[in-house]
Design a protein around this ligand. Structure first.
Ligand SMILES: C[S@@+](CC[C@H](N)C(=O)[O-])C[C@H]1O[C@@H](n2cnc3c(N)ncnc32)[C@H](O)[C@@H]1O
Length: 184
């Protein structure tokens, strides 16, 4: 696992990482348990691949695209998961390129929305809301260390957050939330 690259990034660009360690196995499994019968998966901010690994185990036959901004982490993902597609690019660009992905695509996000630099946060939120709102069957699972939803929705949004799990065994404990239409 590419933990040293992750820690180096956490020290130099803490806002992009929003964590001091990769996701725990329990948190990764809790995220993966929310994918249901999604027809395709796009993982945003795949980092060291902790959640990627849980997704491969939960749904080995489901197409998975892992998105990671940092090139050394993306290279590590390619080495560790040679059978999946890895995009080294900002999440908003990948989502725009995949607007025509299957209607039941699920986003699985570890993006640190509370600490991302503001221009990137705004652009990323706009892209993912547009991606999910394009089809009523699209959803996103996201964790947060705060006792509230990962980010506030615009007043005009038809989407809603639903708290699905709290992983007390993670340090710090993490809430697992699903965003989608009709109460997700
Ligand atoms: C919390 S960390 C990753 C956690 C991951 N589950 C793990 O266990 O390694 C968030 C990751 O999002 C990546 N990231 C931040 N902003 C991004 C963006 N706009 N597009 C794609 N990846 C981004 C960071 O480089 C970092 O690897």
């Amino acid at each position: 696992m590419n933990t040293s690259a992750f820690i180096a990034l956490a020290l130099t660009r803490p806002g992009l990482v929003g964590a001091v360690a990769p996701s725990s196995r329990r948190l990764a499994q809790a995220m993966a348990s929310q994918i249901g019968d999604a027809g395709a998966l796009i993982e945003l901010g795949a980092g060291t691949g902790a959640v990627t690994s849980a997704l491969r185990h939960a749904a080995p036959g489901t197409p998975l695209l892992a998105v990671e901004l940092q090139s050394d982490l993306a290279s590590g993902l390619r080495r560790r998961f040679p059978d999946i597609e890895v995009a080294c690019a900002p999440a908003h660009e990948v989502l725009a390129r995949h607007a025509h992905a299957p209607v039941d695509t699920m986003l699985v996000s570890s993006l640190p929305f509370r600490s991302l630099p503001e221009p990137m946060r705004r652009t990323t939120l706009a892209a993912l809301l547009q991606f999910i709102e394009a089809h009523p069957t699209r959803r996103m699972v996201q964790y947060t260390y705060q006792p509230r939803a990962p980010f506030e929705l615009p007043a005009r949004s038809s989407l809603r957050w639903s708290l699905r799990d709290v992983v007390w065994g993670n340090l710090p404990p993490a809430g697992v939330w699903v965003l989608g239409g009709d109460g997700a």
